[in-house]
Design a protein around this ligand. Sequence first.
Ligand SMILES: [Zn+2]
Length: 352
Amino acid sequence: MEEDLFDRYSRQILFQPIGADGQKRLSGGYALVVGCGATGSASAGMLARAGVGRLKIIDRDFLEKSNLQRQSLFNEEDLQANLPKAILAERNLGRINSSIKIEGVVADLNPSNIEKLAAGADVILDGTDNFDTRFLINDYSLKTRTPWVYTACVGSQGMLMNIVPGETPCLRCLMDGSPPAGSLPTCETAGILGPTAQLVGAIQATEALKTLTGHRDRLIKGLVRVDTWTWEFRELDLSDVRPEDCPACAQGRYDFLQARSGMMTSILCGSNAVQVVPPNGSKIELKGLAERLHSAHGPGGIDDLSYNSHLLRFRLIDRNIEMTVFPDGRAIIQGTKETSTARDLYSKYIGM
Ligand SMILES: [Zn+2]
């Protein structure tokens, strides 16, 4: 091992289960972090410090002031930059460790792009805030035999579970499909404590390090539930869960991966906003869109139009609505939770 590598990671190499061999494995490893909120920020930062050779961060959103309370990869300076979180994460992770390959991808992970975006990952870390994406990751994981680490955080509570295809139950073994909208507390209704997400992110990063260094036998086998406020820490035994009853594990039905759709909308957790995703393969040239929108000034029109190469943003005059458009055709419409309103606004101002 090169001497400077040894210097940099010496304390981790001294940790016997990793050692020089484990460090080399980490250098050759590829971890994919889906969602760069509080948990994703924490795990991605730790994996970058640990020297995981390739890190990809996928996130669909842009940075907002209320993120700074818990999303440890970002700071006040980033807020001024008006950039998507994936771009900021790539830059800030590069400042933590410039010797590894880091890729920030601004995208909504969905059935049409997951096989391309996740290809080759050795482990997938769930930093998402919704079950549709988690079930999609679960399908992809089973199909490609890629281990992933499920997490969820709300209030002072966190959950975590390793899914190793062929060895452990999967997410669908535990529940068949997303819980009904509004049935669970969310970051928006129950808030979230920064330290809770840091803790869950730390456990998640540790599990990824075990997988990447070939220590799968050390992975947590149960479903971890923690409450950092009341201090309860439990590991639920999953040995009674029967994968032979699971449509994904047992029958190989990857319903979430096979879903095909036209325009999709989803309400974003933690903000009064809806994301609109146009049909597969749509691309938007932001400069051209800016020119078209520019002529829409005036009553009923738009204001505060700004754009850079990563996003375009404007406000609707007379309405408390702000729209942010990305080159992949997606838009985040803030100021509404109505998916039908969001679709209408998308059609009216962006077209499709
Ligand atoms: Zn299953």
